[in-house]
Design a protein around this ligand. Structure first.
Ligand code: GRF
Length: 214
C-alpha cells in the first residue's frame, strides 16, 4: 500500500486527553515514522487534545451528532473529510464513538484502535476508560495489558495486531494499573503505526502479523 518513501496520510481520532495521539505525533515530528497527520477528528469540542492539535497546527474536525444530526449527514461528512485528506490510515486513539459501518468497510485493514486490556478479555460495549481496569482488579486477574487491533463493525472485536502484557499487582488500584498500562500504550501504538507505514504488517488467514525491522 505504501509506496517507498511516501509519507502515509493519517487521520487520527481522539475524544479526550489524546496522550496516545501525542506519542504518535511526536514520533512523526522527529522523523521516526514516515507519516503525516492530515486531520484530528474529535466528537468532543472540549477535549484537551484539541489544544495540542491547534498548537501543532494540525487541522481539527469536530464530528458529532449535534453538528450532523441525521445518520446520512453524520456518515457523509466524515467520509468527505477522509476523502479530502486522501487518508491511507485511520488511527483511533481514545476515541469514544463507533466509526460508521460504511467507513469501516471502505477502510478495511486500514483502521487501528488501541484498547487498555488483553482483548478479547475486558472488551466490548461498556469497557472503556477506568471501567476496564476496575473490572480487571475486581476479577483478580494476574495480568492485563494493551491491545492494538484493526477495527471491524463490532466494538473491540477486530483482528489483533499487537499486545503487551502488564502484571497486575495485588495492591494495585485501578488508577495504578491504568498508569502502567498507559506507559506501555505510548510505546506499543507508535510501533504498530510505524510498522503499518513501512508495510511491515502481513496478513495470513485474516490474521495480521508484524514483521520485524531489518
Ligand atoms: C487509553 O487508555 C486507550 O487505550 C483508551 O482510552 C485511553 C485514552 O487515553 N482507548 P489518551 O486519550 O490517549 O490519553
Amino acid at each position: 500500500m505504501n509506496q517507498k518513501n511516501k509519507a502515509v496520510k493519517i487521520v487520527a481520532f481522539a475524544s479526550g486527553s489524546g496522550s496516545n495521539f501525542k506519542s504518535i505525533h511526536q514520533k512523526i515530528k522527529r522523523g521516526e515514522i514516515n507519516a503525516e497527520i492530515k486531520i484530528l477528528v474529535s466528537n468532543n469540542p472540549k477535549a484537551s487534545v484539541l489544544a495540542y492539535a491547534s498548537a501543532e497546527e494540525i487541522p481539527i474536525f469536530i464530528h458529532n451528532k449535534t453538528r450532523f444530526p441525521s445518520n446520512a449527514q453524520y456518515t457523509d461528512t466524515l467520509f468527505n473529510e477522509l476523502k479530502k485528506a486522501n487518508a491511507d490510515l485511520l488511527v483511533l486513539a481514545g476515541f469514544m464513538k463507533k466509526i460508521p459501518d460504511e467507513i469501516v468497510t471502505h477502510f478495511k485493514r486500514r483502521i487501528l484502535n488501541i484498547h487498555p486490556s488483553l482483548l478479547p478479555k475486558f472488551g466490548g460495549k461498556g469497557f472503556f476508560g477506568m471501567n476496564v481496569h476496575r473490572a480487571v482488579i475486581e476479577l483478580k486477574e494476574k495480568e492485563s495489558g494493551v491491545s492494538i487491533h484493526f477495527v471491524n463493525q463490532i466494538y473491540d472485536d477486530g483482528p489483533i495486531v499487537a499486545q503487551s502484557i502488564i502484571e497486575v499487582k495485588v495492591d494495585d488500584s485501578p488508577e495504578d494499573l491504568a498508569a502502567r498500562v498507559l506507559v506501555e500504550e505510548h510505546k506499543l501504538y507508535p510501533e504498530v503505526v510505524k510498522a503499518f507505514c513501512e508495510d511491515r504488517i502481513l496478513w495470513e488467514n485474516n490474521k495480521p502479523k508484524i514483521v520485524k525491522e531489518n
